[in-house]
Design a protein around this ligand. Structure first.
Ligand code: HEC
Ligand code: HEC
Length: 269
């Protein structure tokens, strides 16, 4: 009888402790983006721009993948504490609710509203990436693929879906300094590859098989193409459905996302 009572008390205690332990995550529940949009308009847009894409006084916080890949509590921390000495004021006075709401709105600006925007089949996307579409000739995904271009294993967890689509369909928007394609004519022989290094005496080019080729500058003629290796013709080569499949593969297989929750929550953790 008494033992029964004790065990009930023990159960109650366990339940209470569990509730306390989970309380912080309850407090971090998703904010109200429409309330957040009003806070943003009065407190943030003056510096970061109405769309969060930056202005004269503050950087882009809507499309910068370094910021969109931050976890909610980290973003909230920036808003609460500001960045001392860098012109980002502290907004602690907005309170926990206000901060949570403005972070929810920021997520909306970033195109990561918690709704999955990927409608494709990630398995079909995987076969395309490593097969027919040829992405893996240049890009690595989880240890499989080429070395010519960036490793995309975690890319999909940081970049909004719209940006991934643009990178694939309109690669002129993503040229980086060390990825320009050049043609090096060494007599009659012409070698095509990515310009990895160049000075007055030498030029180093990496070809598609990953190997590096070094030339004395005086012995060759270098032609600059002004674009990267990323093919510019996926717009005509991929159907809308294939594109969706590939995007789904990049997003749902991205390193930071737990596949178990990725089905209904994209990038919420
Ligand atoms: C007075 C101008 C100003 C206002 C107002 C302002 N910010 Fe900022 N914010 C900045 C500047 C400047 C930076 C860059 C700080 C740095 O260089 O690290 C920044 C950085 C940030 C960052 C990124 C932190 C980082 O550098 O990685 C976030 C997120 C951010 N602001 C959110 C907000 C939000 C949300 C609001 C409104 C509640 C807001 N800011 C209001 C000026 C402002
Ligand atoms: C012939 C080589 C090549 C192929 C094939 C290729 N890419 Fe790329 N890709 C590049 C290069 C080079 C860049 C630009 C800079 C970098 O990432 O090194 C790039 C950039 C990207 C980016 C943007 C990365 C960023 O940091 O913004 C994405 C996303 C991307 N490629 C996806 C794909 C997908 C998906 C496919 C297949 C449908 C594909 N690529 C096929 C070479 C290639």
């Amino acid at each position: 009888m008494y033992n029964d009572f004790l065990s009930k008390v023990r159960h109650l205690l366990v339940a209470l402790i569990a509730m306390l332990a989970f309380a912080p995550s309850l407090l971090l529940a998703q904010g109200d983006a429409s309330a957040g949009s009003r806070i943003f308009a009065t407190n943030c847009s003056g510096c970061h721009g109405a769309d969060g894409r930056g202005g004269e006084r503050a950087p882009d916080i809507a499309t910068d993948p370094n910021i969109s890949s931050m976890a909610d509590p980290d973003l909230a921390g920036f808003v609460r504490n500001g960045v001392a000495g860098a012109g980002m004021p502290a907004f602690g006075y907005l309170g926990d609710d206000g901060i949570r709401n403005v972070v929810a709105y920021l997520r909306q600006l970033q195109g990561r509203t918690g709704q999955v925007k990927v409608t494709g089949d990630k398995f079909a996307g995987r076969s395309l990436f490593h097969g027919e579409a040829g992405c893996a000739k240049c890009h690595m995904m989880h240890g499989e693929g080429g070395f010519m271009a960036s490793d995309l294993s975690s890319y999909g967890s940081g970049a909004p879906v719209k940006r991934i689509r643009t990178a694939i369909l309109d690669p002129a928007t993503i040229v980086t300094p060390n990825s320009e394609v050049v043609e090096v004519a060494n007599g009659a022989e012409v070698l095509r590859g990515v310009l990895r290094s160049e000075d007055n005496f030498k030029v180093i080019v990496q070809t598609e098989d990953g190997s590096f080729h070094r030339f004395a500058k005086s012995a060759v003629k270098v032609t600059y193409t002004g674009h990267t290796m990323m093919p510019a013709d996926y717009k005509s080569r991929l159907s809308e459905r294939q594109l969706n499949d590939i995007v789904s593969y990049l997003v749902l297989s991205a390193s930071k996302i737990d596949p178990a929750t990725a089905g209904n929550k994209h990038g919420e953790q």
